[in-house]
Design a protein around this ligand. Structure first.
Ligand code: HEM
Length: 211
């Protein structure tokens, strides 16, 4: 298992796997196969994948600690950056096809519709996380400050869930499933830092990403 996790090919494989939703969307768009409402399909697919990648990124630390697989950390930065990539795509489908790049209309919408306000806040919080994901930035900020900043990823996930919950009109099952996942991951973190906080040694600066 460790051999697989440390292989450079596994990283390539994970990268390709994370790109599949995007490539599938591109293929469908080129074939004109995005359904009756292509903008809605793009918005919903990219929104779903943003939340999926946020949850997967937040799962890395619990998984690596529970299964004693420190090598899993190698994939966390990439997964977090894919969450950012999909939220940017999500935002662009909103700004472009939905709002026709009309920034004043967008600001009105951000101010008026509370689910857009919350989604926009989540996007803003994700920017410093992506910008400080490089090894150089980790070194510059220092492990502790970097880790404190990257706790924002929980805020992004919570805001993402609220955004989803507020935008659905009737069937709230999917946002509630995401809410449950984020709550479990948060509670695990609180439990872990309460019981093991002082014992666990910090991950090396080079590999730390959204612990
Ligand atoms: C972390 C940030 C965000 C996450 C996790 C997120 C997630 C989602 C999800 C899961 C959906 C619904 C997908 C579905 O129905 O299957 C959605 C829809 C949508 N999101 Fe976001 N989103 C984020 C940021 C944003 C931003 C920044 C904007 C625009 C400023 C935005 C605008 C929208 C719109 C307009 C919809 C479609 C609403 C509708 O169908 O009525 N989102 N988003």
């Amino acid at each position: 298992m460790r051999k697989i996790l440390t292989s450079k090919w596994t990283k390539v494989f994970v990268f390709l796997a994370c790109s599949i939703p995007f490539l599938q969307l591109c293929a469908k768009a080129l074939q004109g196969n995005l359904g009756i409402n292509p903008v809605e399909t793009l918005q919903h697919t990219t929104g779903d994948w943003t939340l999926d990648f946020l949850v997967i990124t937040l799962s890395i630390t619990p998984l690596r600690k529970i299964f004693k697989l420190p090598e899993l950390i190698r994939f966390r930065r990439m997964l977090g950056l894919f969450a950012f990539f999909y939220v940017v795509m999500h935002f662009l489908t909103y700004l472009g096809p939905d709002q026709n790049f009309n920034f004043s209309g967008m600001w009105d919408d951000v101010a008026k519709r509370k689910f857009v306000t919350v989604g926009f806040a989540a996007l803003l919080f994700m920017i410093p996380l992506a910008a400080t994901s490089t090894t150089g930035m980790i070194r510059r900020l220092g492990g502790k400050r970097w880790q404190a900043l990257h706790r924002l990823v929980y805020v992004c996930a919570i805001l993402g869930v609220i955004h989803y919950y507020w935008l659905v009109k009737s069937d709230v099952r999917k946002p509630l499933i995401y809410a449950f996942c984020v709550a479990i991951l948060l509670l695990w973190r609180v439990w872990d830092s309460y019981f093991h906080g002082k014992k666990s040694s910090p991950a090396p600066a080079r590999t730390v990403a959204a612990d």
